[in-house]
Design a protein around this ligand. Structure first.
Ligand code: ADP
Ligand code: MG
Length: 675
């Protein structure tokens, strides 16, 4: 297998320039080239001109009747015309801007040309001259994604060279049992069938096997990582104090739901074990993840460790701090909030206290933790609402310091496909129950011409001491987008509701200002909070029971669900009003489904359907594997099969001693290939 990992520069015809062009396409080794699969194929139909219809793409088989004529015009433009003798007719074929073809057309020689047939003029606009040797009647021509620096033809030539010389060395990812069971091709067959299929059927069979291979390989990597973590991680064994933990839970003022108790049990179990925890806690908006997290942190401290909590925004970090600090203080635990509001001197002081162990609990945003915070004895890291956190980021976190336990929390309910794909190396805990007594948030979609009704409704709610969130897509007026903005709405509402207390909140305000506003809203000093999506995740103000979202069609489903999750947290009946004049069908569908269900899981699945896979999780930075042939969503059954097979493989041969080749292969893979 070593030769496959050689640089492409080992191939004939690859100089520094070509090597760079290939690298730009992500092709570095010969192996990369072998698995650089075509996007699609062009059907090359060999037809007689009698059968061909106007503008159809066909292949003509003829003899060169006269010397080709090359004309140059304009800047770098050329026209090459050659006359082909078919059965009993001469057909002119013209090629634009392919002057090099001139040499191919030697009078008397048999040639194949591919192009677009013009029935009127009985001529062909040539696109390609094909080789007569390996052309069958149904031949297919692979089309590769490429860039300006590298011509399709050069790429095809190099691939042909690589396939000829090296394809038989490819390592079998799927063993013969697996191949027999699922009718899969061998690695060599896949490579040849993908690049140079003779028939459409062959191309399809190769693609099916290539998809399985890709999904299987990805699952293998995740399982292997998980395995490695379990073997190698000398995690921390946190012998927490059960009695204290019980006492801590009792002071919440509510009983944990069954689901909260169950996941807490799973987490504590992991913490007690010597292996490092690597767990994802999933629970719909408002399901009470924070209480679970707080208890786990408390437990870590009773075992003599520090615990940290990372939030995605400063507002959320602040809120966690305000809520948790007093809870912990009752048990003499010390908590620090690391925010950007600290002066360098203050920050340095706090950092030294963290290092010396004076603080038990450290709360902040992810950004604040990226700079080097050193701990005295870190046992547990909790990351809140951070589903955009790649496999590698998660691993690097764990590898920091003493291999602390890691708990990721997310309100984004993850359909099975996604969970297997993106969190395959983690254990999963699910809170599938909301605290008792929660009322469904009644959701309405209204067009802007119904604004009067909305205002009337808000007045009634305000009279009943409700607090209201008003969400706008922009902070201030934008020339580019015809959308409502927070500043404008804030001013309008001040006129409309002059007897009420209204405040503005957005990301451009200073950390201090934001804190004050949030605190005032918490303390019911504010009736209406006009905000951008800075309140999207996690914000918890139980008395707030109404949310109005302007230009709601501008938000994605999961975002709307997150926003709506800010209300319906207390005992009041809560409402969510979506204001929108949507322009397209998908937007209408999103708004409808929001009015129909509060179930985050259903919404996530719908979101997946409406937006597709890549879009939901954003770009590469989000740690999403880049699938080349497979589509985890469309190929879900195959993904599940691959997953099962990998599970079985690792169950029967945990250290891959009977699959040494696979192990070597997995070891040789750069870890960052995952992200
Ligand atoms: P999320 O899972 O969205 O982070 P939170 O942890 O913010 O949810 O909890 C939402 C609200 O529900 C909070 O006000 C919290 O105090 C309350 N809560 C959590 N667990 C329970 C429970 N078991 N019974 C009643 N209220 C609860
Ligand atoms: Mg939360």
């Amino acid at each position: 297998m070593s030769e496959l990992f050689q640089s492409v520069s080992y191939l004939n015809g690859v100089g520094a320039k070509t090597q760079q062009a290939l690298a730009d396409l992500g092709i570095v080794t010969i192996q990369d080239l072998l698995y650089y699969f075509p996007l699609r194929y062009e059907d090359l139909l060999l037809k007689s001109v009698a059968e061909a219809i106007d503008q159809e793409k066909i292949v003509l088989n003829g003899v060169v009747a006269s010397n080709p004529v090359l004309r140059r015009f304009g800047y770098k433009k050329t026209l090459l015309v050659v006359r082909l003798l078919l059965d009993n007719e001469t057909i002119p074929v013209s090629f634009f801007n392919q002057p090099w073809l001139q040499e191919k057309f030697i009078v008397g020689k048999q040639v194949l040309v591919y192009g677009r047939w013009n029935a009127d003029k009985r001529s062909l606009t040539g696109m390609k001259a094909l080789s007569t040797t390996n052309f069958s009647k149904e031949s297919l021509d692979a089309v590769y994604p490429t860039n300006k620096k590298l011509h399709q033809k050069t790429l095809v030539k190099l691939i042909r060279q690589a396939v000829t010389k090296y394809s038989d060395q490819a390592l079998e990812i799927c063993d013969s049992d697996l191949r027999r069971k699922y009718h899969l091709l061998t690695e060599t067959q896949i490579i040849q069938g993908m690049h140079f299929p003779q028939t459409l059927k062959q191309a399809q069979a190769a693609r099916r096997s290539a998809k399985f291979r890709e999904l299987y390989l990805y699952q293998l990597r995740l399982a292997y990582l998980k395995q490695q973590d379990q073997n190698s991680s000398i995690g921390v064994r946190e012998n927490y104090n059960e009695e204290y933990v019980q006492q801590f839970v009792q002071q919440f003022g509510f009983e944990l739901t069954q689901a909260q108790q169950r996941v807490l049990g799973e987490i504590l179990q992991d913490m007690k074990s010597p292996q490092a925890m690597n767990r994802l806690l999933q629970g719909d908006v408002g399901s009470g993840k924070t209480a679970v997290a707080a208890t786990a942190m408390f437990a870590a401290v009773t075992a003599g460790y520090q615990a940290s909590l990372m939030a995605p925004t400063e507002i959320l970090a602040q809120q966690h701090y305000l809520k948790l600090c007093p809870l912990f203080a009752q048990f003499q635990l010390t908590t620090v909030l690391l925010t950007s509001a600290l002066t360098p001197a203050q920050r340095a002081q706090e950092l030294s206290k963290i290092k010396s162990g004076r603080y038990n609990i450290i709360i902040g945003t992810q950004a604040l933790f990226q700079t080097d915070v050193s701990y005295q004895r870190l046992g547990l890291v909790i990351i809140d609402e951070q589903h955009r956190f790649g496999v590698e980021q998660r691993r690097s976190l764990r590898q920091k310091g003493q291999s602390p336990d890691v708990l990721l929390m997310t309100a984004t309910p993850i359909p099975r496909t996604l969970a297997i794909t993106y969190y395959g190396e983690m254990d999963l805990s699910i809170i599938d129950e909301l605290p008792a007594g929660r009322k469904r948030v009644e959701t309405f979609w209204l067009r802007f011409n119904k604004m009067d009704q909305v205002q009337h409704f808000l007045k009634l709610q305000l009279q009943q001491q409700a607090q209201i969130f008003v969400i706008a897509p922009l902070i201030s007026e934008s020339e580019k987008m015809d959308l409502h903005n927070a500043e404008e709405i804030y001013q309008q509402l001040q006129q409309e509701f002059s007897q009420y207390r209204i405040a503005l909140l957005h990301g451009q305000m200073g950390a201090d200002q934001k804190d004050t506003v949030m605190q005032n809203f918490q303390d019911r000093q504010i009736d209406i909070l006009v905000s951008t999506t800075v309140v999207e995740v996690g914000v918890d103000v139980p008395n707030a029971s109404v949310m109005v979202i302007y230009n709601a069609d501008r938000f994605g489903l999961s975002q709307l669900h997150q926003l709506r999750g800010r209300v319906g947290r207390g005992l009041r009946q809560s409402y969510c009003i979506l204001l929108a004049d949507p322009h397209n069908k998908t937007a209408i569908e999103r708004l409808r489904i929001m009015t129909q269900t509060n179930d985050g899981f259903k919404l996530a699945q719908k979101d997946l359907q409406l937006r597709g896979f890549g879009d939901l999780f954003g770009n590469k930075q989000s740690g999403i594997p880049d699938f080349k042939v497979a589509d985890p969503l469309a190929d879900e059954p195959m993904l599940l099969t691959a997953h099962q097979e990998v599970q079985q493989l690792f169950a029967s041969d945990p250290s891959l001693t009977h699959h040494l080749q696979l192990r070597t292969y997995l070891q040789s893979q750069q870890l960052d290939n995952l992200d």
